[in-house]
Design a protein around this ligand. Structure first.
Ligand SMILES: Cc1cc2nc3c(=O)[nH]c(=O)nc-3n(C[C@H](O)[C@H](O)[C@H](O)COP(=O)(O)OP(=O)(O)OC[C@H]3O[C@@H](n4cnc5c(N)ncnc54)[C@H](O)[C@@H]3O)c2cc1C
Ligand code: SF4
Length: 316
């Protein structure tokens, strides 16, 4: 594997409406534009009619819009590996996006290196199962007809992102990620897939050309480049990834960063820790929201210690 093109770049899509629709800086869409311009095909994750997440393909700019935005549910790859192979054999460019394990699965399936295959994965916290997601969705939505969902609504900015569910009757559920029950449990690793707690695709074990992530540390480390609507991290892994990055630079505001951007955000380097509460989540009585509330409750003593530490930090 080529490994001398490892570069870290902070990026923001110059198209503000794309940045707003995307999870961080909107780099994924700029890659899609390049591939489609060359007659290629993009594979990504979108919602299906039941609001589960599936992999699908598109070869128009309109067609890739449903892939924008992170969906924190395991995506079913279905027959997407076979379809990607068939497009590659026709000589078309293929951008395959997904989690690092899905990219490893694609490479294992293809067994051949294709010059026109661009693999794009993400820094990956992990994914909950479809079952957990549907439990939450039914409880929150109470049989109302859903017309749109965003895990990363930026109405209050990138860092204060919210879970948003729009209903056919015009109603809307919107809740800050630190208050929403599903996101609370996700962030605390309460119900990730068992494989995510032992994920091998961390650090230098990758199969992609490009890895995308949220550049959460931009505000602290690269203040002059910070943008409250989101900043992406592009990590180029191969020569192909680097060449592709260079070819879309015109569409982006970019700045060089280094691996210190992971400080405090270890998802790129190690699997999520498995809390002991995750063992009892399925079997304990109660509704989804009650169970999350109970298992993520911070004891009063711990809360007081945290508060004291914050005060001490301010006065010293
Ligand atoms: C499950 C998951 C966990 C993540 N965890 C982290 C993390 O811990 N730290 C971090 O820095 N970044 C994480 N990311 C990446 C981050 O949220 C953004 O995807 C990334 O910053 C690119 O953003 P963007 O604005 O360029 O494009 P966006 O438009 O947000 O990119 C969307 C891309 O994500 C893919 N995608 C969306 N949902 C899924 C899914 N369920 N399965 C597979 N692919 C999917 C789409 O196919 C598309 O390629 C995660 C992404 C996912 C999907
Ligand atoms: S954490 Fe690892 S195993 Fe889990 S979805 Fe991400 S890449 Fe796959």
């Amino acid at each position: 594997m080529e490994n001398n093109h490892i570069r870290y770049i902070g990026c923001i899509n110059k198209k503000a409406e794309i940045q707003k629709k995307s999870s961080s800086g909107g780099v994924f869409y700029a890659l899609c534009e390049k591939i489609i311009e060359q007659g290629g095909v993009v594979f990504g994750a979108r919602f299906d009619a039941q609001w589960n997440v599936i992999h699908d393909w598109a070869d128009t700019l309109e067609g890739v819009l449903p892939f924008l935005g992170s969906k924190y549910v395991q995506s079913k790859t279905g027959d997407s590996y076979q379809k990607a192979e068939s497009f590659l054999k026709q000589g078309r460019w293929v951008l395959f996006s997904g989690t690092p394990c899905q990219i490893a699965g694609l490479k294992g399936y293809l067994k051949t290196e294709y010059q026109k295959l661009l693999c794009v994965d993400c820094i990956c916290h992990g994914v909950p199962s479809e079952k957990v997601w549907q439990q939450y969705l039914h409880e929150i939505s109470q049989n109302k007809t859903i017309v749109d969902i965003s895990f990363r609504d930026k109405t209050d900015g990138w860092k204060d992102y919210a879970m948003r569910i729009d209903y056919a009757d015009g109603a809307q559920y919107r809740c800050h990620h630190l208050q929403d029950p599903y996101m609370k449990g996700f962030i605390k690793n309460l119900y990730l897939r068992p494989s995510c707690y032992q994920c091998p695709f961390k650090g230098n074990n990758y199969h992609s050309d490009i890895t995308l992530g949220d550049l959460w540390n931009a505000q602290k480390m690269y203040r002059e480049h910070y943008d409250a609507m989101g900043v992406s991290l592009i990590l180029t892994r191969t020569k192909k990834g680097w060449t592709m990055m260079e070819s879309i630079r015109q569409q982006l505001k970019t700045f060089e960063v280094d691996e210190r951007v992971f400080e405090g955000f270890p998802s790129a380097l190690q699997p999520a820790a498995r809390p002991k509460e995750s063992d009892v989540f399925d079997s304990m009585p109660g509704t989804f929201c009650q169970k999350v509330e109970k298992l993520t409750k911070v004891p009063v003593k711990k809360k007081a210690i945290r508060k004291l530490k914050r005060i001490l930090k301010r006065v010293t």
